[in-house]
Design a protein around this ligand. Structure first.
Ligand SMILES: [Ca+2]
Ligand SMILES: [Ca+2]
Ligand SMILES: [Ca+2]
Ligand SMILES: [Ca+2]
Length: 455
């Protein structure tokens, strides 16, 4: 064993001083000492921060028969050792969080040892297995190391971000680590449609406001110039069974240059399709995380601080039942003079499923007249426009859309002041929106019909 250790040491020496660096690094964290007995201060050995160079040290196992495997890692507060040019037994490639290659090199296999023969000669042999370390300079933005063992024709990927992150959580004063507070400030829907007809789809835009509350702005001081790069995720969950939402979210969207004190707007658009009538919901959850593992958030170093990197927003969608509206029953082309006309009579028809293309049967007698609004789409759909002049529905068998026939079932006739409808020359349609009850539940109905505006 002794000679093996000796030969190994020689091997490491040949490869540079990297391995010994690792051993020393472990001692640097435990240096709390009293004054020496004669009262003179004990000299303080400072490897750091006088020398800010650091190394990532990976411990791996190389084997003749097994794929190369990753065992552990540490950040050493010493510069990385170099490797001499030689046989490219092992390849090391580092990429950063931007997927850029930042470092690559080759080295001798740690399985390679030199043995001394009885006749005084020495020769090289391969151990069956060897656990060894590989080190390279610390990069705050490093993301992934690929270690390729050409002797076993295998490779292993090592996620460097947790290693860097753990180091920086414990070394916030390190010039390559920094603390800043990225936050989801608010979420909401931008001009959401007031309703979506059953069987139809509409676009909804979910807006997230992202802040960088500082305090720091490394790695490119001044902060104002670069800001912090981050990854944005948004998940859609708790979707009511009455709607579908597409897509199901976004993952890993890059938000570059979040500057201290400057809000960032992130808009995501979803297509929501109504499958069942009624108020439906979906929860949108936004999350923002620094892209670089060297950026530390306040909640990671202070357990009394809550994370502000995630926020949820519940979007409500009113899935409305399409109904058939007949403006001016027994009359066509539904001419209206908004300035001179008093009330416009309209009928909401009772219809069977499939009649006039309506996806559900509708009984117009169940309309709650106090909830009904009528007028141009931009008013009626937002519960504005005219309301029923008598605050009532008049139940009678009104005229079908041909304005000639009556089908013997009972419809809801209502009257709306023309001056409140928002109609102006050029408009070609009015709409009606309100509530009705079905089986104890209250739903929204909505329908439109043509008008001929005259002056
Ligand atoms: Ca935060
Ligand atoms: Ca008509
Ligand atoms: Ca009918
Ligand atoms: Ca009827």
């Amino acid at each position: 064993m002794k000679s093996l250790f000796h030969t190994s040491f020689i091997q490491y020496f040949r490869n540079g001083i990297a391995f010994r660096t690792v051993v020393v690094a472990g001692l640097l964290f435990t240096t709390t000492l009293d004054a020496s007995p004669d009262g003179s201060p004990i000299p303080e050995i400072k490897f750091y921060p006088e020398n800010p160079a650091k190394a990532v040290v990976l411990t791996l196992t190389f084997s003749k028969v097994e794929p190369v495997s990753f065992d552990s890692a540490v950040v050493s507060l010493k510069p990385a050792g170099g490797y001499p040019d030689g046989r490219p037994d092992v390849g090391v490639a580092i990429v950063d969080v931007y997927n850029s290659s930042t470092n690559s090199f080759t080295l001798f296999s740690p399985r390679r040892i030199r043995v001394y023969n009885a006749d005084g000669t020495d020769s090289e042999k391969l151990q069956d297995s060897s656990q060894s370390t590989i080190n390279f300079p610390f990069e705050p933005d490093a993301s992934l190391a690929t270690i390729t063992d050409n002797l076993s024709a295998s490779d292993v990927l090592v996620d460097l971000k947790p290693i860097i992150h753990d180091f920086c959580v414990g070394h916030l004063a390190d010039p390559e680590c920094y603390e800043t507070d990225i936050a989801i400030a608010s979420m909401g829907a931008v001009d959401p449609p007031p309703l979506v007809l059953l069987g139809k789809s509409a676009d909804f835009t979910v807006r997230t406001i992202i802040d960088n509350n500082g305090p720091e702005a490394k790695p490119a001081p001044p902060a104002e110039e670069k800001g912090v790069d981050a990854l944005f995720d948004q998940q859609v969950t708790n979707v009511s069974q009455g709607i579908t939402v597409a897509p199901s979210g976004v993952t890993g969207q890059q938000e570059f240059g979040l500057k201290v004190g400057v809000s960032r707007t992130n808009d995501q658009t979803y297509v929501i399709t109504c499958l069942e009538p009624g108020l439906q919901e979906a929860t949108f959850t936004s999350t923002i995380e620094p892209l670089s593992a060297a950026v530390i958030e306040p909640h990671e170093v202070d357990t009394t601080v809550a994370s502000n990197n995630t926020k949820a927003f519940v979007l409500s969608v009113d899935c409305a039942v399409p109904v058939t509206l007949n403006n001016k029953p027994h009359s066509f082309p539904n001419s209206v003079n908004p300035d001179k006309e008093g009330d416009i009579p309209v009928a909401v028809l009772t219809t069977e499923q499939g009649e006039y293309g309506n996806p559900l049967a509708f009984d117009a007698q169940t309309i709650d007249p106090s909830t009904v609004h009528y007028g141009v789409e931009s008013l009626a759909s937002y519960d504005n426009g005219a309301t029923e002049s008598h605050e009532a529905t008049h139940i009678k068998d009104s005229y079908e859309l041909d304005d000639k026939t009556r089908d013997k079932d009972l419809d809801a006739v209502m009257h709306f002041p023309a001056k409140d409808t928002g109609l102006s020359p050029g408009d070609s349609e009015t709409c009606i929106k309100g509530k009705f009850t079905d089986g104890g539940n209250t739903f929204t109905f909505y329908g439109c019909d043509s008008v001929n505006v005259i002056e």
